[in-house]
Design a protein around this ligand. Structure first.
Ligand code: P6P
Length: 343
């Protein structure tokens, strides 16, 4: 028998052998994986598929939507509404939640996603991705009259039952956790199957590579400035080693590099929008990525607190993100706490 393991076999083992997931969650994740496969086909068409450029519309964030943002969102909604495992969905591209219509079977799970993260890279053929997070509908309102509401989604990231991303790059790779470590599945285009290519992924605790948008340096808070200045000082500075910098401006691609070889990713608060804690969204970017990184032995904080413990108050709320190699994340977090106590 082939020793290659498909996503289906991995999920069946997580359900039957390890008892980590229900049959409904297994089927939900299979639906999401199939949707990512469909998105990958559209992404790979590029200019041949009339999917580049702007959709001449804006999303709830006030960002101009790319055609592929809209296509990816529609693929995920359509694939999941009849799947029978969901009560509702929330998307970066939609103002309000999408409650599965009564004509479809209702499930007990809530799915949140950024359907196409890194849209600014679509037209220049740089890796982009889909990020997703799964929660259980907390209150047992299965017989409730009122439909599920936005309130049901407002659970901290430590309540997630599954999280993952799909990176559309030189390979199309699905990276997933259901709480039993992190597994990576590469799309075998000839068979159309997701094949396990890495399991129990580990992020090195130390690194010499940081990812941040350096053009924002003048806007950063002191602890972030201190950390980056020390990295830039290299061997002659307090860190005693040289650092390298990477910034792809696709969180999925930057995080995938860190999952693969370590590093620290930072999108911190900055004074351009002082009333907002950061640019990235808590529910469908920071929480899923934060859980994946922790499941791989890394750490994820907002500079002061574990991201997964942040209590959400709004569906599209933003958060400052520092994640990756544990010892580096702890150092940046320590600098924030020292600055707070000195204030
Ligand atoms: P900037 C993409 O728009 C995104 O949400 C993340 O994927 C990425 O890490 C970040 O924003 C890039 O932001 O300000 O460098 O363009």
């Amino acid at each position: 028998m082939s020793n290659s393991i498909s996503l289906t076999r991995y999920l069946v083992e997580q359900q039957r052998t390890k008892g980590r997931i229900t049959p409904e969650l297994r089927l939900l994740l299979e639906v999401v994986a199939r949707a990512c496969k469909r998105i990958s086909i559209s992404v790979n068409k590029g200019a041949l598929g009339d999917i580049l450029g702007s959709a001449d519309s804006e999303n709830v964030q006030g960002e101009v939507q790319k055609k592929l943002d809209v296509i990816a969102n529609e693929v995920l909604i359509e694939a999941n509404e009849w799947g029978g495992h969901l009560a509702a969905m929330a998307s970066e591209e939609m103002d309000t939640i999408y409650v599965v219509p009564n004509r479809f079977p209702q499930g007990e799970y809530l799915l949140m996603f950024d359907p196409l993260d890194g849209s600014s890279n679509i037209d220049v053929n740089v890796s982009i991705g889909t990020i997703f997070s799964v929660l259980k509908k907390q209150n047992d309102r299965t017989d409730a009259i009122e439909p599920v509401s936005e309130q049901d989604f407002l659970q901290p990231g430590n309540q997630q039952v599954a999280a993952g991303y799909c990176v559309y790059g030189p390979q199309t790779t699905l990276v997933l956790t259901v709480g039993d470590g992190v597994a990576m599945f590469t799309l075998d285009r000839e068979q159309g199957s997701w094949m396990l290519t890495a399991d129990q992924v580990r992020i090195p605790e130390d690194t010499k590579e940081f990812a941040i948008n350096m053009s924002n340096m003048r806007h950063w808070d002191a602890p972030v400035r201190r950390y980056i200045d020390e990295c830039l000082a290299g061997k002659e500075g307090p860190r005693g080693k040289d650092f390298n910098m990477r910034w792809i401006a696709s969180m999925v691609a930057d995080v995938h590099r860190i999952m693969t070889r370590g590093g620290v990713f930072m999108y911190p608060w900055d004074k351009r929008e002082p009333d907002k804690p950061g640019k990235l969204r808590l529910m469908y970017e920071a929480n899923p990525m934060g859980w994946l990184v922790e499941q791989a032995g890394g750490a994820a904080t907002n500079g002061r607190q574990r991201i997964l413990d942040v209590e959400p108050t709004k569906l599209h709320q933003r958060v400052s993100v520092i994640l990756g190699s544990r010892n580096e994340v702890e150092r940046v977090t320590q600098y924030h706490l020292e600055a707070d106590s000195a204030a």
